[in-house]
Design a protein around this ligand. Structure first.
Ligand code: DCP
Ligand code: CA
Length: 389
């Protein structure tokens, strides 16, 4: 069966998220980057690109090329949030999703109807729900779908029909192929190869001889052949949250409060993923940068915030009893993760109650906001960590 693969890529991602928040920035040269003067451009609006600004370029150079550009600082938490919504929209169209970074993904929609129709519905949902534009490339394999979206940017949709791959690729520069960087490009130029069509016409043994095993990949890609599957990411083996204090500390209440907050975050993620953990690990980094981890294995896998917190607290007390060095970083990790299924009946009734309570709290928080509900245990955190929610 001929596959139908979509490569979906959000346009000028970081910049577009900022523009969606502040529509007055739309249509203007906008740059999102690190801290000046040493920072580099992470994302540039197409208006800034027209003046030569590119990702990875030092901000100072970008401002010389485009003095009227509006510069903004990167806001990763926000981009991650938008990315999650983006991936959730994609998940409505196919279970076969392979995210690439925050703003790109491959989608296998084989057998789900017209790929162009799916792509245009997808694009309009992204526009209406996220106020962002996406470009979609469609082909029977990943590499051609990716090249197609690259060509159609921004806000584009380009389908390469089955059988037309070689003809589509032939006039394009070899640099369009994944894996062809400066060095490979130079060697190819030395061989008289500038376009993908010229590359596709080279004998395979010559490419093997020149580039080794990657010569074969080049040959296949240049001929529009890529059998690799759209691979959903395998679930993470652990979940962890950690934080570095603004100042090194030995204040037990503060450490306890932070541990409580991190435990809730880890528990929340476990429940989101419908998983439970059998191993809980505390991590401490001291002021002298020495790092320790202490683990505890549970008899029955859990996902309750309070269990994670109490085990973590026990490990923290033991660690602090041994060493009196100020703490720079504290973290909590859960691992040995298992699925939801077999556990509930094995839990003792107290833990079962705790877990039910967590689910209710999660539900209220998702509906009305994180800070609406708080456990008594964490009330004291508000004074110590005024911004923790
Ligand atoms: N990024 C970065 N540093 C780079 C390249 C990218 O921080 N050198 C970040 C910022 C981008 C995001 O990753 O917004 C996605 O990268 P893309 O290469 O997809 O670039 P854009 O989405 O900005 O633009 P395009 O419209 O070309 O996809
Ligand atoms: Ca992008």
């Amino acid at each position: 069966m001929i596959r139908q693969i979509l490569h979906v890529d959000l346009d000028a991602f970081f910049v577009s998220v900022e523009q969606a928040l502040r529509p007055s920035l739309k249509g203007k040269p906008v740059i999102v980057g690190g801290n000046p003067p040493r920072g580099v451009v992470a994302s540039a609006s197409y208006e800034a690109r027209a003046q030569g600004v590119r990702a990875g370029m030092p901000l100072s150079r970008a401002h010389r090329l485009c003095p009227q550009a509006i510069s903004l600082q990167v806001d990763f938490p926000r981009y991650r949030q938008v990315s999650e919504k983006f991936m959730n929209i994609l998940a409505d169209f196919s279970p076969y999703i392979e995210p690439v970074g925050l703003d790109e993904a491959y989608l296998d929609v084989t057998g789900s109807g017209s790929a162009t129709e799916i792509a245009s519905i997808l694009k309009s949902r992204i526009k209406s729900e996220l106020a962002l534009t996406a470009t979609v490339g469609i082909a029977c394999c990943k590499v051609v779908a990716k090249i197609a979206s690259g060509l159609a940017k921004p806000d584009g949709l380009l389908e390469v029909k089955p059988g037309k791959e070689r003809g589509f690729l032939a006039p394009l520069l070899v640099a369009r192929l994944p894996g062809v960087g400066k060095k490979t490009g130079q060697i190819l130029r030395g061989m008289g190869v500038v376009t993908i069509g010229q590359l596709a016409a080279l004998p395979l043994p010559l490419l093997r001889h020149t580039f080794g095993i990657s010569g074969e990949t080049l040959y296949r890609y240049a001929n529009g052949i890529d059998q690799s599957e759209v691979e959903p990411p395998s679930p993470a083996k652990s979940i962890s949250r950690e934080t570095t204090f603004a100042e090194d500390t030995l204040d037990f209440s503060l450490l306890e409060a932070m541990l409580g907050c991190l435990s809730e975050r880890v528990g929340d993620e476990l429940r989101c993923q419908n998983r439970r953990a059998r191993c809980i690990t505390l991590k401490l980094k001291y002021a002298d940068f020495k790092e320790i981890t202490r683990s505890h294995i549970l008899k029955v896998a859990c996902q309750a915030d309070q269990v994670i917190f109490e085990i973590g607290l026990g490990l923290l007390e033991k660690a602090l009893a041994k060493s009196h060095k100020p703490v720079r970083l504290i973290g909590i990790k859960v691992s040995n993760l298992v699925g939801e299924e077999p556990q509930l009946s094995m839990l003792d009734s107290a833990t079962e109650k705790l877990e039910k309570l967590d689910h209710v709290i999660d539900h209220i928080r998702r509906r009305y906001g994180y800070s609406l509900i708080q456990r008594g245990r964490t009330l004291s955190f508000n004074r110590l960590l005024p911004k923790w929610r």
